[in-house]
Design a protein around this ligand. Sequence first.
Ligand code: NDP
Length: 240
Amino acid sequence: MARVALVTGGSRGIGAAISKALNDAGYTVAANYAGNDEAAAKFTAETGIKTYKWNVADYDASKSGIAQVESDLGPIDVVVANAGITRDAPFHKMTPEQWHQVIDTNLTGVFNTVHPVWPGMRERKFGRVIVISSINGQKGQFAQVNYAATKAGDLGIVKSLAQEGARAGITANAICPGYIATEMVMAIPEEVRNKIIAGIPAGRLGEPDEIARCVAFLASDDSGFINGSTISANGAQFFV
Ligand code: NDP
């Protein structure tokens, strides 16, 4: 039987590319999203992949959304915690609301996504946890104290989960994309975006598919001894 994969934020941007790559690789995929019903409906019409709406920042909503996915599609073998937001501001202007929104979605959202599927993975002695972090969690970023904190936190989460899950056949790894051509990045003012591109040795933004292919590898049986690792996919944009 096909393995089941859940991708949070799986109907747009990098998440949509991940959902499609896993679907193409033979997984039965559930794509979660937050509220953009139009994009989700379009995504399902184009791909045939089922979408499920819940807010990853809400534990109870995540738990019941995941229970619905499992009742529809079967136990989740692969979970990709991809949903994320930015609420940028220089630290002296950052509001507690901006801090909490990003922490709740990007960091607590990972807990809320993985925690409900973890006992089943332990019981079945197989699981793949893949968290989409960011280069900005590795190097920090002006006006992203909140976002960088969550993305650095992801790396601690996977290293710890890896140690807890290893004997139960579960791996947990993170991918740190550099700048990828999605709505999140296209929303950056063009002048700033061009400066960012000038600082990428590859001379271009990454494509969502380039992250999706890393996820497909980490989800596969071939990656079984890779556990607690971070894959950087950033066009040689080293951070010193
Ligand atoms: P997009 O803004 O294009 O898409 C975000 C997706 O996440 C949407 O499907 C959205 O749902 C969903 N989402 C947002 N908040 C929630 C929530 N509370 N509950 C459930 N779903 C939610 O983002 P990207 O594709 O650019 O980013 C995906 C991930 O990759 C993020 O974690 C981001 O931090 C990370 N990343 C992105 C980089 C980039 O250059 N783009 C670089 C490094 C990391 P809806 O459609 O309903 O709004």
